[in-house]
Design a protein around this ligand. Structure first.
Ligand SMILES: [Zn+2]
Length: 436
């Protein structure tokens, strides 16, 4: 065992009583599940096992997008812009936090994982050959587990799991709370960590993940491939979902515990949080004695990293948006996409539809109408001019609903701190008020 792994092992031992290190699903197996993920999928691939970490340096460019795996940046910006317009139906239920019983607080710093975890294990469905995958797609698609096809802004979801409300969270729109198994497990794991530190934490509001089969989900541009989730903030008092969080009403210790768990224990691609709230969380983390260099790397606010994980996108003072990498579901999506197309379950990346020209139609008019270039229409129909003949049928090039890369999915190593907080985690202001 290497030194890093050994240190982590020691840390885990030392805090084992308080900090269960088993995957969230295993904990559920020990007793009645406090919250259940609807078992819409007969089988799933589940949490990736611990394998050799990927220690290669991150090569995100200054624009964050040099990497093949991160066509994400432009994507993120595009997605993010649209996210500013989003407004999920807020849960106005005044009883949202009514059951919350504040209780004693764990004052133990969390164990620090000093080794980045694994990516893209070749197990489960990913171990199958292309021929086997094709057979499964046609004969027993459900057995493949969750499949995330394409990008968050141009994608689809197969064999998703539906997040159901439970003791630790409350789903505001169950019909659009579908994600991959990896996404659902990541959410459960991070929220479970908040409870591990702050027993009696009230349920967190959860907004949209994706539609059952993914694809466009108003008012978002992203949330299409089962890898995005909108979550509420933890507040000092019971407030409805989508209440604007401020330095005054934010339950900072709980919210930091949540964000920390997402960054260190799940494969996060982005976390969108407004800058003023980033500052509040970062200041809190610094006061705890968290690794300052790590904080500068992950936070955009006052940070020095070239590719911060926690980014400002306007509008994210009412909710947190988390986008996960799914080492299994994403790679599976890339590999089975051609077979899904063959089976007719999804449109190809590009295809043609026929259009019969009406009086007055020109290439330019059709280009505007179908959102493709005039040149593409001319090329598809071998036209030298932009004139069309009324009554004649023309091919219109269309783009399919998903965009996906041809290279194997690469998941960046998790960014973990070099050490845990040096000071005890203070109790949440909610709990302090309840005692006082
Ligand atoms: Zn969102």
């Amino acid at each position: 065992m290497r030194r890093g792994a050994f240190l982590w092992f020691l840390a885990a031992l030392g805090c084992g009583a308080r900090m269960p290190s088993v995957p969230a699903r295993d904990r559920n197996a020990e007793g009645p599940a406090p919250q259940s993920l609807a078992s819409a999928v007969p089988q799933s691939v589940g949490v990736p096992p611990q394998v050799e970490p990927d220690l290669r340096p991150q090569t995100h460019g200054a624009d964050g997008g040099a990497h093949a795996d991160v066509d994400a940046h432009s994507d993120a910006d595009a997605d993010a812009e649209d996210d500013t317009a989003e407004h999920v139906a807020a849960d106005e239920d005044p009883d949202l936090f009514a059951d919350a019983e504040p209780s004693p607080v764990a004052n133990t710093p969390p164990p620090v994982r000093v080794e980045p975890p694994p990516s893209t294990p070749k197990t489960g469905a990913l171990a199958l050959s292309d021929a086997e995958l094709r057979r499964k797609v046609f004969a027993s698609l459900a057995q493949l587990g969750s499949i995330s096809v394409g990008r968050p802004s141009a994608g689809a979801l197969f064999n998703g799991v539906q997040l159901a409300s439970g003791a630790r969270w409350k789903v505001s729109d169950p019909g659009n709370a579908w994600g991959t198994r990896e996404t659902a497990d990541s959410i459960e794991r991070a929220i479970g960590q908040v409870e591990a530190h702050f027993a009696g934490t009230p349920p967190l509001a959860i907004g949209h993940l994706s539609a059952r089969r993914g694809g466009s989900l108003a008012p978002h541009r992203s949330h299409q491939s089962g890898r995005d989730v909108d979550l509420g903030y933890y507040y000092k008092t019971a407030l409805p979902f989508y209440t604007r969080a401020t330095a005054d009403n934010l339950d900072t210790p709980r919210t930091w515990a949540l964000v920390r768990a997402f960054v260190t224990e799940t494969d996060v691609e982005y976390v969108f949080i407004d800058t003023p709230l980033q500052r509040v969380l970062k200041e809190h983390a610094l006061a705890l004695g968290e690794d300052a260099a790590w904080l500068d790397d992950i936070f955009q606010a006052g940070g020095t990293g070239r590719a911060p994980l926690i980014r400002h996108v306007a509008g994210h003072d009412t909710h947190i948006h988390v986008r996960f990498f799914n080492p299994i579901a994403q790679e599976l999506g890339r590999r089975v996409h051609p077979h899904l197309v063959l089976r007719g379950l999804i449109q190809p990346r590009s295809y043609h539809t026929a259009y019969r020209a009406k009086k007055g139609d020109t290439v330019n008019r059709l280009a505007r109408r179908f959102g493709v270039s005039a040149a593409a229409i001319q090329k598809a129909n071998r036209l030298r001019t932009k004139r069309l003949v009324k009554g004649r049928s023309y091919l219109i090039p269309r783009r399919g609903p998903v965009t996906l890369g041809s290279e194997p999915t690469k998941i960046p190593a998790r960014r973990v701190p070099s050490h845990g907080p040096s000071r005890p985690v203070p109790e949440s202001p909610v709990d302090a008020a309840a005692k006082g």
